[in-house]
Design a protein. Structure first.
Length: 337
């Protein structure tokens, strides 16, 4: 039975919205441990949810009750499709109004149509699924374009999804190498004060890239690929003078690249390669008066064909629900100042 057929709303506004879910095993996952998913929906929409057998009744404001029903209906559809449901998915749907919708992708000044189909990225350790429409459009752009930009706040999956696509293309034989890079720019700390040699000083800046790779590849295989230099993780400064052919290349935290560094990096693109540039325009750690290379690239390249610009907002945050609230609070404050 399709998920849309599971929801039957009683017309009178005073009556509850009633849902029937035929598979009790999926219903357990839908409700979450100790009904945590239901509690999150109740708190967010200020409704009361009552579960009896395989029926769920939702009481409260009619509009809020219907939105809660849509959230539950969508989540049950995910479970029927063999996909997991966590509090992150519940929170994401609540912030998007109950359905899997998002901001889409902007190429130049044109907004493309939302992408409704399920998209999955297969890696050696797990399947990765973009959760919002903006993330789906971003992943599609990574496969369709030789150069793609992902711009938005922390926690929206820009780097994580890029690395997942890189691993998927690598294990599929579409590229020979994965090259991940970041500017080694201090955020309140000085490299010289850190202990160890240059590698020890630089590795902490690269750690988020190691973390993403560890999610997608077994530890021994990852270590071997790094040893063989089929996977490279290096600061942006180490890219100078190279031609990166037959590689999947990611520049993370690109807002901290200078204009000259960005031009240098973009011109490393070689035959058979894909390049992804990710960054957050609100977290620039460059010295005062130094222009961000990400802003310049966005201004200069947005009209060039085969280069995609994908944008994310707080609605696309897939970390802890508080992260979205924190980002929205800072955005509101910057808008007032």
């Amino acid at each position: 039975m399709p998920p849309s057929d599971l929801m039957t709303a009683v017309p009178p506004v005073a009556d509850p919205v009633v849902l029937e879910f035929p598979d009790n095993r999926l219903l357990v996952d839908l409700c979450g441990a100790y009904d945590a998913h239901l509690a999150a929906i109740e708190k967010s929409l200020e409704v009361q949810i009552v579960r009896r057998g395989n029926h769920i009744s939702i009481l409260g404001d009619p509009d809020a009750s219907l939105q809660a029903a849509q959230v539950l209906d969508t989540l049950y559809g995910r479970l029927e499709g063999g996909r997991a449901v966590t509090l992150a998915e519940v929170d994401s749907l609540l912030r998007m109004g109950g359905s899997e919708a998002g901001t889409g992708v902007r190429s130049g000044d044109q907004m493309e149509m939302p992408i409704g189909e399920t998209i999955e990225i297969q890696t050696r350790k797990k399947r990765v699924e973009p959760r919002t429409e903006a993330q789906k459009a971003y992943v599609k752009a990574l496969f369709d374009n030789e150069l793609a930009f992902g711009i938005g706040p922390a926690g929206t999956g820009k780097t994580y999804l890029a690395v997942a696509v890189g691993v998927s293309m690598f294990i599929g034989g579409h590229v020979d190498r994965i090259i991940l890079s970041r500017p080694a720019v201090e955020a309140g700390e000085k490299l010289g004060y850190l202990p160890g040699d240059m590698k020890d000083k630089v590795d902490p800046y690269m750690q988020p890239l190691y973390d993403a790779l560890n999610d997608f590849l077994p530890g021994k295989q990852l270590a071997k690929l790094i040893e063989e230099k089929r996977i490279e993780i290096a600061p942006l400064a180490f890219m100078r003078g190279r031609t990166l052919a037959n590689a999947f290349v990611v520049l993370d935290e690109a807002q901290n690249a200078t204009s000259m560094q960005m031009k240098m990096f973009l011109t490393r693109l070689g035959e058979g390669s894909r390049m992804v540039i990710t960054g957050d325009r609100t977290q620039i750690d460059l010295p005062r008066g130094v222009a961000s290379g990400l802003a310049d690239a966005e201004r200069l390249l947005k009209t060039i064909p085969r280069i995609s610009f994908n944008y994310f907002t707080s609605k696309d945050v897939v970390r802890h629900p508080l992260v979205a609230a924190i980002i929205e609070a800072y955005e509101a404050d910057s808008g007032q100042s």
